[in-house]
Design a protein around this ligand. Structure first.
Ligand code: ZN
Ligand code: ZN
Length: 234
């Protein structure tokens, strides 16, 4: 058995007997308490107007000039680092569902600050096996907590995975695009004509997963597909 796997099982076992601790202040019984969530600075550095990557020059970044994404724009509340990275890790891998609530509260602040728009929030789906294993989809938790604060409804079943994909976190940039290409499809019973879809996810890295979802939604007639994530890779 690989050491990393043993460590993972050991930590999960500890999580069963020990209460969660706030990733910032160490307070017991939550992975992220509200006062700490409120202290985390929202992202406000210069970014590419399309993909949301750090970009201080005029116009769009080099990547967007060469190969523009279908999902546009991608916006995020935070930079993926420090407490945000720890909180997302708890949300995804340590059963930290309650992280969604304070983080969605901050996402709502960023939503208004960045003047975002959308007719419907669509969480990026997990493959069913992965969701069954985890017990929930963290993107859906974020979308459902965010929706009432910004007055935009959630449509969780609109896009689904048609095949399992490997975890993007372990792949290089080029492999990530191959891994998710054609991995998503859109429900055929809904009419998306004229609808501005806002994809919701925890982290935007290369944008490959968001873009693959956008292709499926645009194929079904969506007017536009943009994305709003809790965090953007630094
Ligand atoms: Zn705290
Ligand atoms: Zn860009």
């Amino acid at each position: 058995m690989k050491l990393i796997y043993i460590k993972h099982v050991y930590r999960l076992a500890l999580d069963l007997v020990l209460p969660p601790l706030c990733v910032v202040c160490g307070r017991v019984n939550t992975w992220l308490c509200l006062p700490c969530a409120e202290e985390i600075p929202l992202a406000h550095h210069p970014i590419c107007p399309r993909c949301g990557d750090s970009w201080a020059d005029e116009g769009v970044c080099d990547r967007c000039r060469r190969t523009p994404l279908c999902v546009v724009p991608i916006r995020s509340a935070f930079v993926f680092k420090d407490a945000v990275r720890d909180a997302i890790h708890a949300l995804k891998y340590r059963n930290g569902r309650e992280v969604a609530e304070p983080m969605a509260w901050r996402m709502a602040q960023a939503w208004y600050q960045q003047q975002l728009h959308g007719d419907v929030l669509v969480p990026v789906p997990l493959f069913l096996d992965r969701e069954a294993e985890r017990g929930y989809n963290q993107a859906t938790l974020l979308a459902r907590a965010l929706a009432p604060q910004i007055g935009v409804p959630v449509e969780a079943g609109l896009v689904f995975r048609v095949r399992p994909t490997r975890s993007q976190a372990r792949l290089g940039v080029a492999e990530r695009w191959v891994n998710v290409k054609g991995a998503f499809a859109c429900s055929e019973v809904v009419d998306l004509s004229g609808v501005r879809v806002m994809l919701i996810d925890d982290v935007a890295t290369t944008g490959a997963t968001l873009d693959a979802c956008a292709v499926a939604l645009l194929t079904r007639g969506a007017r536009s597909v943009s994305a709003f994530t809790l965090a953007h890779a630094a």
